[in-house]
Ligand binder design. Structure first.
Ligand code: F6R
Length: 611
């Protein structure tokens, strides 16, 4: 949802900004822009272009065409105003003094715009961001920080802002509220960015801005202030992962790389958490007493993370016998949820910045719930606002469609269920042991699935021309179908739906006709016979059935389905962890064959920081 980068130093700023933006393009790719203070001209030099960052980069010869050592840059996911040159950021004030890049939404922009228009200010764009630039200039009387402070009292909504003023060309101002922004501490230079990857080439020392904080960046360092404009000291963290982790490393797409990285990600996520045959969480603050007192678990998330929650509901209830409710974070806030101090709220988010999820977290806390989050991005807002955090340690995920984060989130939900069940005494010793043994085998079994990728590619070549697909399954297979279907539709643009198989006959089966592609999921052994009945049901209406099952059920499935993909047998709880891999690959190859932009699907962005 828009990427921001800012640099003040002694190098030429434009190439630094463009390079940083290239790492943030996953956040939005409708247009891009930079504003650099030109020493020679004594003015702001602003360049913007609709389309991918490459268009801007070509225009600016990789940045060589722009002179100046202080600047801000932006890559946009359009909210207010269509993607166009004029709506791109930076947005500049009427007098040309103030340039602003923004991630988020200014909710009261219309009212503020009317106020400024009344004062004679002329607007050129349709963006909410231009209001911020104009308002700063309106209040500016030589003290930029004071003007920013006055603006912050008036704007409502979510924002990370980068501000450059032609009168103070040796500094940048960064502001954060409900949208991510980090600070980078270099030698003789300072940075701001929406995420660490944008500045990692230059520094590993970062500070995470909190809501309401303001930072003034200069070559000499960074001074932070709280919302009362009192100076504060920021803790500096060292980032220890390598930039290669955020590069394609020879693969054609990040999504494919990230699919292939899953076994390794699982090893990182799971192995340290199983010690001497027991689940073990480092620095875990949920006491046994608290776990025994939990009356209800709420899982709150969006998109694929929500699908992990669906698997979590089945597995946690089965293991712990605690009632589990799963809610879409965007709905949670508005449904008057029943949460109290006996409710554990499990918040799942790869980015740790999803605005709906964050808002749900805050609502749950207000109601007295205890918050445990499962997050990938270390130091992200959700992680910082939670009582407990379990990090997935999947490494940076760049492709918009999540894969390795999903798999590691699921592993953590399963480990959590086993951990609770052990304390509550709701799991048989034998089941506990076999689940943990299988958990340790999961990465190797996943490698077996990945080794069969050519078969999946073949199936994709058979089916990529379909324009509508149904994923059907029961229980865990239904939850798996939700994810398989989302993966396919988001990157291949094929219309696809997931149904609980038993529901088909209540309406949807009327859509099945000769040649309709049905992906039938029958991995869950306990309900295999039921899954088979549904395969027969859709086949007899003419469906072309591509089935997914385990090796032990392969023979039976082959007798009915048109084509069968198999995964190794494993503990029931873990079937979706293996089952998702062929579905990810299927979506990937179908999208590839349809010529889609796999890593950057249309209309989407990786980190959804607007409501
Ligand atoms: C789909 C996908 C999205 C995210 C969703 C939540 O492939 O990636 O559906 O799962 O936007 O994002 P996080 O997990 O960052 O909160």
């Amino acid at each position: 949802m828009c990427g921001i980068v800012g640099y003040v130093g002694s190098e030429q700023a434009a190439p630094v900004l463009l390079e940083g933006l290239s790492r943030l393009e996953y956040r939005g790719y409708d247009s891009a822009g930079v504003a650099v203070y030109s020493q020679r001209e004594g003015t702001l030099s602003v360049h913007k272009a609709k389309g991918r960052l490459q268009v801007l980069s070509d225009l600016l010869q990789g940045g060589a065409a722009v002179e100046g050592t202080v600047g801000i840059g932006h890559t946009r996911w359009a909210t207010h105003g269509a993607p166009s040159d004029v709506n791109s950021h930076p947005q500049v004030s009427q007098g040309g003094k103030i340039a602003v890049v923004h991630n988020g939404i200014i909710e009261n922009y219309a009212e503020l715009k009317a106020f400024l228009v009344d004062k004679g200010v002329t607007f050129v764009s349709e963006t909410d961001t231009e209001v911020v630039a104009q308002l700063i200039e309106y209040f500016y009387d030589g003290d930029l920080l004071a003007a920013v402070g006055r603006v912050l009292h008036r704007i409502k909504g979510a924002y990370a802002l980068g501000i450059l003023c032609a009168d103070t060309p040796d500094q940048l101002i960064a502001v954060r509220k409900d949208s991510p922004l980090i600070l980078g501490y270099g030698k003789g230079c300072s940075f701001m960015a929406s995420d660490v990857t944008a500045i990692l080439k230059h520094t590993r020392e970062v500070g995470y801005m909190e809501d309401g904080e303001i930072a003034v960046l200069t070559r000499e360092g960074i001074q932070c202030y709280n919302h009362l404009m009192q100076p504060i000291q920021k803790e500096i963290s060292h980032v220890d992962w390598e930039i290669d982790a955020a590069e394609k490393g020879g693969y054609e797409h990040f999504m494919f790389k990230e699919i292939m990285e899953q076994p390794e990600a699982l090893r990182r996520c799971v192995f340290p958490r199983i010690r001497e045959g027991e689940v073990w969480f480092e620095d875990f603050g949920l006491s046994e007493e608290y776990i025994r007192s939990i009356q209800k678990i709420y899982i709150v998330a969006c998109g694929s993370s929500y699908h992990v929650g669906m698997v979590g509901k089945y597995n946690l209830e089965r293991l712990t016998r605690i009632p589990v409710e799963v809610a879409l974070a965007s709905e949670f806030r508005y449904m008057d949820p029943i949460v109290n101090d006996r409710t554990l709220v499990v918040v799942i988010s790869q980015s740790g910045e999803t605005l709906d999820t964050m808002a749900a977290l805050r609502e749950a806390r207000k109601l007295g719930g205890r918050i445990l989050s499962i997050v990938n991005v270390v130091g992200s807002s959700i992680a910082r606002e939670s009582d407990e955090v379990l990090y997935t340690w999947a490494g940076p995920e760049i492709a918009v469609a999540t894969t390795k984060a999903y798999s590691t989130q699921m592993a953590l939900i399963d480990l959590l269920g086993l951990y609770f069940a052990r304390i509550l005494g709701t799991v048989e010793e034998q089941e506990y042991r076999s689940a943990l043994d299988e958990m340790l085998l999961l990465p190797a079994k996943m490698e077996e699935v990945l080794a069969d990728k050519d078969d999946i590619q073949y199936f994709a070549s058979q089916y990529f021309n379909h324009d509508s697909v149904f994923f059907i399954g029961r229980n865990l297979d239904y939850a798996l179908g939700l994810e398989g279907s989302l993966k396919l539709k988001e990157i291949s643009y094929i219309h696809s739906e997931a149904y609980a198989s038993g529901e088909l006959k209540h309406g949807t089966i009327s859509l099945i006709e000769d040649g309709t592609l049905v992906v039938a999921l029958g991995t869950y052994g306990r309900l295999f016979e039921k899954a088979m009945s549904n395969v027969v049901e859709v086949k007899s209406r003419g469906a072309d059935v591509l089935a997914l099952t385990t090796k032990s059920h392969e023979k039976e499935m082959r007798e009915t389905a048109n084509a069968v993909i198999t995964i190794p047998d494993t503990h029931d709880l873990l079937l979706p962890s293996l089952g998702v891999v062929p579905l990810q690959l299927f979506a990937y190859y179908v999208a590839l064959m349809r010529g889609c932009d796999i890593d950057k699907p249309r209309n989407l962005a990786k980190s959804v920081t607007v409501e």
